[in-house]
Design a binder for this molecule. Sequence first.
Ligand SMILES: [Mn+2]
Length: 332
Amino acid sequence: MTATARPPSTDVASAVSAAAALLAPARDVTLVAHVQPDADSLGSALALGTVLSRRGARVRVSFAAPAHAPESLRPLDALGLLVPPEAVPAEPELLVMCDTAAPERLGSLLDRLAAARASVLIDHHASNPGFGDVRILDPAAEATVVLVHRLLAEMGAPIDTVVATCLYAGLVTDTVGFRTAGPAAHRMAADLLEAGVDVEAVLRPINGDHPFGWLDALAGVLHGATLDASAAGGRGFVSAVVPVEVMERYRVEEVDGVVDLLRTTSEADVAAVLKQVGPRRWSVSMRSRTVDVAAAAVGLGGGGHPRAAGVTLDGGPDEVLARLCAALTPAG
Ligand SMILES: [Mn+2]
């Protein structure tokens, strides 16, 4: 039995019931994704938002930054529910936070959490400390959309093609193409395909469609990759740097794929990409085969999952790499 084949714990089940009871009669719902939203976060918010909107509730979906959703995820907003953060009420009637591992991941919308009349957290990050009035928090779930799918079932909501497409986008990306998906998640995927998801239409814009110039930029980034076979407790560490010029010229759809190439390095258990987001500031994405990169990230002020985590660090690139290597070395 895998962990994901177990029935949901009583805590998660009761939180799902409590959330359904709050959402079913709600007339005004604000759903928020985390800053730099990904397909799981935005897909969760838009799937639930679409259902609530079709039930007649006034619904808005937002996130604090950047100014626009990634180009590849905009088609998920079939009903036009996305609004800029300024359009989110100062005191939301009901606030639903999707895939937000920590309150700070709400960015400038963090003040809405304290001001909301009621709030619901839906998340699967093991590093999540837990916040909000009702907490659907299940680290055994492969993606937040899995929890949204469970919530929609509890609400008796039909899954149409629009909702299914939002859920599928989060599921396929958070499981790295179903590599980390258990049997129940595969069954969920089957249900979503039966509801009409066009897999190629969802996936190609997200990670299979890049401008020609990206090939040269990617070659430069990969050319600068370094391997430290003795790092991460001897399990090996590969890293690459994406300089600010490349960050500014290319989309998240290009840049976020770099770590997926690095993680295929045979000699390295851990892969890290340092994305330059300021003169001396780096958004670091880590992936691993066995090392707990979430623990390393949390130790440095970030968060995530055991095999995929991130953190923002300040300093020169060598300094940042040294801090990562120190955090990845098992104590003792
Ligand atoms: Mn997620």
